[in-house]
Design a protein around this ligand. Structure first.
Ligand SMILES: [Zn+2]
Length: 209
């Protein structure tokens, strides 16, 4: 495990506290069943470092210390005073999303509507003329929006490559087929709003189809 001497434990645990609040909220919505899903926040840009919810824990009962620090490939990075918990394998995609999009927060949930919509529209979910599109930075009218769907893979490098070629810089979310949703924002609150609006839009698309 590589070490980081610029980050301090207080910074990481403060991020962990914010991640725990978001994770509890999404668990309440049923979007992080079992130990699924993960949320991250960029804590350093140069070099890229993310605080990410630790692997294998119930996301409804995280403590501020249930957090891991990863680098640009999702590799664990040691920070003095932070317990070396295992980051999720999916942290590699979080780091890729943060690097590519400039987002400072990334949410990954196994929301049912995302999986169902991805199966129904494997070429992407088309949306237009609905007010909630404003919640993801698009227009309420006359704006053709496509939520991309990319294939699922256990290989984070492959999944990251598919993300890179499949994502739309104007649309802050991607569905991973048969798996779940990634959404991102300028900070955790923005990423939360995007996640909730995208999930609503996917439910809406399925309801009117
Ligand atoms: Zn997942």
């Amino acid at each position: 495990m590589s070490a980081d001497t610029t980050l301090v434990a207080d910074q990481v645990h403060a991020a962990g506290a914010r991640l725990a609040v978001e994770a509890a909220r999404f668990t309440g919505f049923g979007w992080m069943r079992g130990t699924s899903g993960n949320i991250s926040e960029v804590v350093s840009r140069e070099p890229l470092r993310l605080a990410v919810t630790a692997s294998g824990l119930d996301k409804g009962e995280l403590l501020p210390t249930d957090v891991a620090v990863v680098g640009s490939r999702g590799e664990a990075v040691a920070v003095e005073g932070v317990a070396p918990l295992r980051p999720s394998a999916e942290a590699g995609l979080h780091a890729r999303v943060a690097a590519l999009t400039g987002a400072d927060a990334v949410v990954h949930v196994h929301a049912l509507n995302a999986v169902v919509a991805g199966r129904r529209w494997p070429g992407g979910v088309l949306l237009r003329d609905v007010e909630t599109l404003k919640g993801i930075g698009r227009l309420a009218h006359d704006d053709e929006v496509r939520i991309p769907v990319i294939g699922n893979s256990q290989d984070m490098r492959e999944l990251g490559d598919w993300f890179e070629s499949g994502y739309d810089p104007r649309t802050p979310a991607v569905i991973v087929a048969d798996h779940g949703l990634y959404a991102w924002g300028t900070d955790l609150k923005h990423a939360r709003h995007v996640t909730e609006c995208v999930e609503w839009l996917l439910a809406y698309a399925l309801a009117v189809a």
